[in-house]
Design a protein. Structure first.
Length: 407
């Protein structure tokens, strides 16, 4: 019997998947509604578990016990003759037939045992043991690895994580794997600013005693850096009521500065632009009264070495305390890993995951978070500002790739 699990946005979509793969004879075993794995992912999904017989002749699929019974019945049947049960039925109805009726069945010799029960019982036990030996073993780590590969983890990392399921039963396997994933993820928490008192003005309106916290966002084109920066600015300027300044180093992309200007006007925070190291240093001086300076940068391809080197020089002039590498969750796993390697020349200190609502599966995101070796700072999704950004949590990311039973 083949058992399969399907997930979809609606019950109708899930049932269409069942019928498309298993056919009209599929039997629904269980249905349930799945809550979102991450706090940002607000969409509930439907899960359907269905089964169908795999016997090509159309008969129900047999388990080990059924297989043993079938083999036993075959063993009772002499070549070309009726089974013992068939002969007993025929004798009860007065239609007994000689045991040697078939030309291929030799007559019993006088030395043959009169009672074949013991012999048949021995054959039955031997065949049952053979069937049990031939039945597939439950390989928990292999099943775990197969699921992880299905949700986007590479086979190599899937095998590493599945090793946590060695020696434990199926009920504890996913809890062990989720713990292994959490143990390999680093989380930094949100941006931490100096206490507000550190920025209190001194005598005669002197400069604040603390240096502004400078945080830059870098990443490939289309990763969602500008929108994410606006969300962070809105949180700290409006919710946390801290003094925020915006610095745009993206003077190449058409409309980039205009987009940031609109954000700055809505949030009522100052915005400056810099297209060279000297301009970046001047902007920092003008923002000396700010508690947090958020720096937007132009996106580049991970393999564009010359442009990334140019951005590194410009970014060095801004002297950031934190550099968050922004990666979009829907990106294919190998591209994510290539981005991590390509942007290492910018010395990122944190990893920020965006567009989580657009990702079909998060295995690739889990892999890059593990392989990058950078602490996770935030999870972001959608275009709404200032909502839909939260501090990263290892528990949520591990649960996103493990079945619900592991929670």
């Amino acid at each position: 019997m083949r058992i399969a699990r399907y997930q979809a946005a609606t019950m109708q979509d899930a049932l269409r998947q069942v019928q498309g793969e298993l056919g009209a004879d599929a039997m629904i075993l269980r249905t349930r509604t799945l809550a979102p794995k991450l706090p940002l992912l607000g969409r509930h999904r439907v899960e359907v578990v269905a089964a169908v017989a795999e016997d090509p002749a159309g008969a129900p699929a047999a388990g080990v016990e059924e297989t043993s019974d079938r083999l036993t019945l075959e063993a009772e049947r002499p070549a070309g003759g009726p089974t013992a049960s068939e002969r007993a039925s025929a004798e009860a109805n007065g239609h007994a037939q000689p045991a040697d009726r078939s030309p291929n069945t030799p007559p019993l010799s006088p030395e043959a045992p009169a009672d074949l029960g013991a012999e048949l019982a021995a054959i039955r036990r031997a065949l049952a043991g053979l069937a049990a030996w031939a039945a597939p073993r439950l390989d928990v780590p292999a099943g775990v690895a197969a699921h992880l590969v299905e949700v986007g983890v590479s086979p190599a990392l899937a095998r590493e994580l599945a090793a946590a399921a060695e020696g434990v039963g199926p009920a504890q396997a996913w809890a062990a794997v989720a713990a292994a994933i959490r143990g390999r993820l680093r989380v930094s928490g949100p941006i931490r600013l100096e206490p507000e008192g550190a920025f209190a003005e001194g005598n005669g309106g002197a400069r604040p005693s603390a240096r502004p916290r400078v945080v830059a966002l870098v990443g490939p084109t289309g990763a969602g850096k500008s929108t994410t920066l606006a969300k962070l600015a809105a949180h700290y300027a409006i919710a946390a009521r801290r003094r925020v300044g915006l610095l745009s180093l993206d003077t190449f992309r058409v409309g980039a500065f205009e987009q940031m200007r609109i954000y700055a006007e809505v949030l009522d925070v100052p915005l400056l632009a810099a297209d060279c190291p000297a301009a970046a240093a001047t902007a920092l001086d003008r923002f000396s009264d700010r508690e947090l300076i958020l720096v937007d940068t132009v996106g580049h391809a991970p393999g564009d070495g010359p442009r990334l080197s140019e951005l590194a020089r410009l970014l060095a002039a801004a002297d950031p305390d934190e550099v968050h590498l922004v990666l979009a969750a829907p990106t294919e796993r190998r591209s994510l890993l290539a981005a991590v390697e390509g942007f290492r020349r910018l010395a990122p200190s944190h990893l920020l995951l965006s567009k989580l609502d657009e990702a079909y599966a998060l295995g690739g995101v889990v892999e890059v978070a593990i392989r990058a070796g950078l602490p996770l700072s935030y999870f972001s999704q959608g275009q709404d500002v200032p909502e839909q950004i939260v501090p990263a949590a290892a528990e949520a990311l591990a649960a996103a790739v493990c079945p619900e039973e592991a929670a």
